[in-house]
Design a protein around this ligand. Structure first.
Ligand code: AMP
Ligand code: FE
Ligand code: FE
Ligand code: ZN
Length: 282
């Protein structure tokens, strides 16, 4: 199959497969490279390297910062970051700790609303990954009070819902700076999939171009123009944006195991683009 799937998740964040399973699947598919990009963690690196050792598969160590701009998500991919960089580690520790604290707050809200969720069970479901709303939703379903996790979101846990608590997040420009500070290359993830970009018809196809431009000014090197869920219009728009701002075009599946409807290797980046991206390391 060839190419690099530059965007994949494992059960160390919100995917459902192990890093070893992803590496083996990438080898079976004949991919040249696998970007390891869990949310807000560099934990899978060593295991990924070990699992790919002695094979032709190149591991591209990465991270996906779940950044926010004015309360809306803007995910920022960082490739070849040094896992030992202190500011990066400190920020990821803070993100994890704040998620833990926020999950406790959300559980307290559910209890106040009459749903007896057990925080220890939420932690168990997270299995050591940073705790997210999907873990809490599962624990709520297990109490028997609500039938499906989607219903938990629709009635309580969606943004602004009665059990919702905002999370601490870095801004997109700060994410680019942290990635570059750790020796990595920053790429904006799925720019067509944010709330502001989902307007139908003639609506905007991107988050505020000003946000993207601020990220470029901070040294962002690439844009994930070809995400499986982008429309053709969006792909064209982001390719044109890349040309105007000298950004490298990247693609990846955003594989999440059973958690999302995409296959590993469904979108790939050609080796030539990888080499240009690699040369943009600070
Ligand atoms: P968190 O990072 O803890 O805020 O959780 C974000 C995750 O929750 C997203 O990646 C989705 O998987 C899920 N999520 C957020 N909003 C909804 C929603 N309205 N319906 C279903 N899932 C959602
Ligand atoms: Fe995710
Ligand atoms: Fe993302
Ligand atoms: Zn992702």
């Amino acid at each position: 199959m060839g190419g690099y799937d530059l965007h994949t998740h494992t059960d160390l964040s919100d995917g459902t497969t192990t890093i070893e399973q992803n590496v083996l699947a990438a080898i079976a598919l004949g991919l040249e490279g696998l970007g390891v990009t869990d949310h807000d963690t560099v934990e899978p690196f060593e295991r990924a390297m070990a699992a790919a050792d002695g094979t032709d598969l190149e591991i591209v160590p990465g991270v996906e910062f779940s950044a926010e701009h004015e309360g809306s998500s803007v995910h920022v991919l960082g490739y070849w970051v040094s896992p030992d960089d202190e500011p990066l580690r400190d920020e990821m520790d803070r993100l994890r700790n704040e998620r833990h604290r926020r999950a406790q707050e959300i559980v307290a809200k559910f209890i106040a609303l009459g749903i007896e969720v057990d925080f220890a069970r939420v932690e168990e479901l997270a299995g050591g990954a940073p705790i997210g709303r999907p873990h809490i939703a599962k624990a709520v379903v297990e109490t028997g009070a609500v039938a499906t996790t989607q219903e938990v979101f629709d009635e309580w846990l969606a943004d602004g819902g009665p059990a919702y608590v905002q999370k601490y997040a870095v801004g997109p420009v700060r994410a680019v700076e942290l990635i570059r500070g750790a020796g990595g290359v920053a790429v904006v993830a799925h720019p067509g999939l944010y709330a502001a970009s989902r307007a139908p018809g003639d609506g905007p196809v991107s988050l505020d171009a000003g946000v993207l431009e601020a990220m470029v000014a901070a040294g962002m090197a690439g844009i994930e123009a070809d995400h499986p869920h982008h429309t053709d219009d969006q792909r064209r728009y982001f390719r044109d944006f890349a040309r105007r701002h000298d950004l490298v075009l990247t693609a990846g599946s955003d594989f999440h195991g059973e958690a999302k409807d995409v296959r590993l290797g469904e979108a790939t980046t050609p080796r030539a683009a990888i080499e240009i991206l690699r040369s943009r390391r600070p």
